[in-house]
Design a protein around this ligand. Structure first.
Ligand code: PEP
Ligand code: MG
Length: 580
C-alpha cells in the first residue's frame, strides 16, 4: 500500500483501477543507415503511417458512439494531415539523401514544418503546427512500438492518472467508466478541477509521481475530500474508505432533500444562488441541486477539441439547449474565455511566455471581431426565447468594455436589419477579475447592468499566484485581506451605481465564505451545482444581520490565517453541522 497526498480538487471518494496516461514525447534517436537499409526504413515509415491511420479511424468510430459527432473535428484534421503526400515524400527524401533512419528523418521533417509555420503571419495558421506535431508524434510512437496515450475508453471503474489532464481531455473522457482522476500538476481552481467538480468526479491534483507507469492497473482509492490517493489499499484501509464514501454520499443525499427550499436567510433576506455550467447536460443538475438558474455559462467548452470555430447557427443551437435546460430560470452567458489554461486546438500555450497574462478571454475575442460577432449574435438570438444576460470576461478597463459593447451594438443592428428577433434590453455585465477593473469599479459600474466577480482569476492576479501551480496552492488565499478589501469595494461600487453584485468564482461554493459574502452585500452567488445545497443550508441558518457583523469583523485582521481562524470560531453552533 502507498499513500500520496495532493490537493483536494473535486470532492467525493472513488474506488477503481488506475490507468496511467503517458504523455511524454516519443523517445527516439537519429542514426545513419547503410545504403542497402534505405528501402526497409522507407517500408517502416509507410507501415507506421498506415497503423496510425488505422488507430485514428478506430478512435473516430469509438468517439462517434461515446462523445457524439461534435468532438470529432480534431480527429478528422489529424487524418487529413496524415493523408498529405508531402509528409511522407519529404521524409523519404531525407532517408535517401541523408542515409538517416526513418524516425530521425521524420523528426527532421517535423522541424522543417515547425520553421515554416512559425514564420506565418496569421497567428491562427501559425498555431496549426500543434496538430502536425500531434500526428507526427503518433507516427513516431508507432515506429518504436509505443501506443499513443489516448484518453482511455476503458470498461469498468477507471481512475485516470497523468502528469496533466487538460479541460479538452476531460471532455473526451468516457465518463460512464472513468470515475475519477489524479494529476501531478494543477490546483483547486484550475479549469481541469472546475470541470471535475462540474461532472461530480472525485479528483486530486498536485500528486507528484502518480503518473509512474508502474502503477498502471493497480487498485486505487481517490479521496477528493482529504486530497489523498492510496494505491494497493490494504483491507482495513479499503473498509475505512468505503464507509467514509457511504457517509459522504449519505450527507449529500440528505442535503439534496432540502435543496428546493427558498434561498433566504433565517430572517428572510433573499440571495440568488445559481449554478456554473459548461455543457447543456449540467443544467438539470443545477435545478436538482436547488439553483435558480445559471450565473456563469462557460461557453469556451464548445470551442474545444475541434479545428475550426463553431458557426453562429451551431452556437445558437447549443446556447438554446442550455437555456432550455435551466428554463424557466435565467441564464448568464459568458463570451469566449479561451487561453490561459483553456487552450483551443491550434492555440499553443508555450508560444506565449505567460499565457495567463496573454491573449486570452475578451482580448482574444476582440482580436477576431468577425468570430466574436457570431457569438454575440447567437447569444442575442436566444434572448428572444427566455431571460438571458451576457457578460464579458477579463475586462481590464474602459476601452475594452467599449469595444465589446460596440460589437454587441453592431450585432444588434445586423439582427434588426435581418428581422431576427432578440431582447433589445438584454442585461450586460462585466466580470471583475483583474485588479485594474476593481480600481475602476466606479467607472465600469456606470456602463453595465451587473458585476460578476471571478475570484479564481481575481485572486490569481491580485496575489500574483498562478491558480494552476500546485507549489503555490497554500498561498492562494481567498481570505487574504487584499482580496476581502477588493470584494468590499466591488460591492460598494456596484450598489452605488444601482447594479447587482454577483460572484461566480469557486469562492462562492465554499460554505465557510457564505457569511462573509452575504455580509459584504453580494446579491447573487453562482457555483458548481454540487455545492448549492450546502451553501443554501448555511444561508438558511444565518441571519443577515449576523452575517454583516461577521463580514465587518474580518477587516480587523491582518492576515488570511487570522481571518480563517476568526471565521471558523464565529461560525460554530448554528451552522457547524454542514461542515461534517
Ligand atoms: C473566475 O475567474 O473566477 C471565473 C469564474 O472564471 P474562470 O474560472 O472560467 O476563469
Ligand atoms: Mg476567470
Amino acid at each position: 500500500m502507498r499513500t500520496f497526498t495532493g490537493i483536494a480538487a473535486s470532492p467525493g471518494i472513488a474506488v477503481g483501477r488506475l490507468c496511467v496516461i503517458d504523455r511524454r514525447r516519443a523517445a527516439i534517436s537519429e542514426y545513419t543507415v547503410a545504403p542497402e537499409a534505405v528501402s526497409s526504413e522507407i517500408s517502416r515509415l509507410h507501415a507506421a503511417v498506415a497503423v496510425t491511420r488505422h488507430d485514428l479511424e478506430s478512435l473516430k468510430t469509438r468517439l462517434v458512439t461515446s462523445a457524439g459527432e461534435d468532438h470529432l473535428f480534431f480527429i478528422e484534421t489529424h487524418l487529413l494531415i496524415l493523408a498529405d503526400e508531402r509528409l511522407v515524400s519529404e521524409t523519404i527524401a531525407i532517408i535517401e539523401t541523408g542515409l538517416i533512419n526513418a524516425e530521425g528523418a521524420l523528426r527532421r521533417t517535423l522541424h522543417r514544418y515547425q520553421e515554416i509555420f512559425s514564420s506565418m503571419d496569421d497567428p491562427y495558421l501559425r498555431e496549426r503546427i500543434s496538430d502536425v506535431e500531434t500526428v507526427i508524434e503518433r507516427v513516431l510512437r508507432s515506429m518504436i512500438g509505443e501506443a499513443h496515450a489516448e484518453m482511455p475508453q476503458h470498461q469498468g471503474q477507471t481512475i485516470v492518472a497523468a502528469h496533466d489532464i487538460t479541460p479538452a481531455d476531460i471532455l473526451q473522457l468516457d465518463r460512464t467508466n472513468v470515475i475519477g482522476f489524479v494529476t501531478e500538476i494543477g490546483g483547486r481552481t484550475s479549469h481541469t478541477s472546475i470541470l471535475a467538480r462540474a461532472f461530480e468526479m472525485p479528483a486530486v491534483a498536485g500528486v507528484e509521481g502518480i503518473a509512474d507507469p508502474l502503477f498502471d492497473g493497480l487498485p486505487v482509492i481517490v479521496d477528493g475530500i482529504n486530497g489523498c490517493v492510496i494505491i494497493n489499499p490494504d483491507s482495513q484501509t479499503f473498509q475505512d474508505c468505503l464507509s467514509r464514501k457511504q457517509h459522504y454520499e449519505y450527507i449529500e443525499f440528505e442535503l439534496l432533500k432540502n435543496a428546493g427550499l427558498p434561498a433566504e436567510t433565517a430572517d428572510g433576506h433573499p440571495m440568488l444562488l445559481k449554478g456554473n455550467v459548461e455543457l447543456p447536460e449540467e443544467g438539470a443538475s443545477v435545478l436538482r441541486h436547488g439553483g435558480s438558474g445559471a450565473g456563469l455559462y462557460r461557453t469556451e467548452m464548445l470551442f474545444m477539441n475541434r479545428s475550426s470555430m463553431p458557426d453562429e447557427e451551431e452556437q445558437y443551437q447549443i446556447y438554446l439547449a442550455m437555456q432550455q435546460a435551466v428554463a424557466p430560470h435565467p441564464l448568464t452567458v459568458r463570451t469566449l474565455d479561451a487561453g490561459g489554461d483553456k487552450l483551443l486546438e491550434g492555440m499553443q500555450g508555450d508560444s506565449e511566455q505567460n499565457p495567463a497574462l496573454g491573449v486570452r478571454a475578451v482580448r482574444l475575442s476582440l482580436s477576431m471581431p468577425d468570430e466574436f460577432k457570431k457569438q454575440l449574435r447567437a447569444i442575442l438570438r436566444i434572448s428572444a426565447s427566455g431571460p438571458v444576460s451576457i457578460m464579458f470576461p477579463m475586462i481590464s478597463g474602459m476601452e475594452e468594455l467599449a469595444q465589446a459593447k460596440n460589437l454587441l451594438e453592431q450585432a444588434k443592428s445586423e439582427l434588426t436589419a435581418e428581422n431576427i428577433r432578440f431582447d433589445a434590453d438584454m442585461r450586460i455585465g462585466v466580470m471583475i477579475e483583474i485588479p485594474s477593473a476593481v480600481i475602476l469599479g466606479d467607472l465600469l459600474s456606470r456602463e453595465v447592468d451587473f458585476f460578476s466577480v471571478g475570484t479564481n482569476d481575481l485572486i490569481q492576479y491580485s496575489l500574483a499566484i498562478d491558480r494552476s501551480n500546485e507549489h503555490l496552492s497554500h498561498m492562494y488565499q481567498p481570505l487574504h485581506p487584499a482580496v476581502l478589501r477588493s470584494l468590499r469595494q466591488i460591492v460598494r461600487d456596484a450598489h452605488a451605481a444601482g447594479i447587482d453584485a454577483c460572484l461566480c468564482g469557486e469562492m462562492a461554493g465554499d460554505p465557510l465564505y457564505l457569511p462573509v459574502l452575504l455580509g459584504l452585500g453580494f446579491d447573487e452567488l453562482s457555483m458548481n451545482a454540487a455545492s448549492l445545497p450546502r451553501v443554501k443550508q448555511i444561508l438558511r441558518r444565518i441571519t443577515h444581520e449576523r452575517a454583516v457583523r461577521i463580514a465587518e469583523g474580518c477587516f480587523a485582521f491582518k492576515t488570511a490565517a487570522e481571518v480563517d481562524m476568526y471565521l471558523k470560531r464565529e461560525i460554530t453552533l448554528d451552522v457547524a453541522e454542514s461542515f461534517d
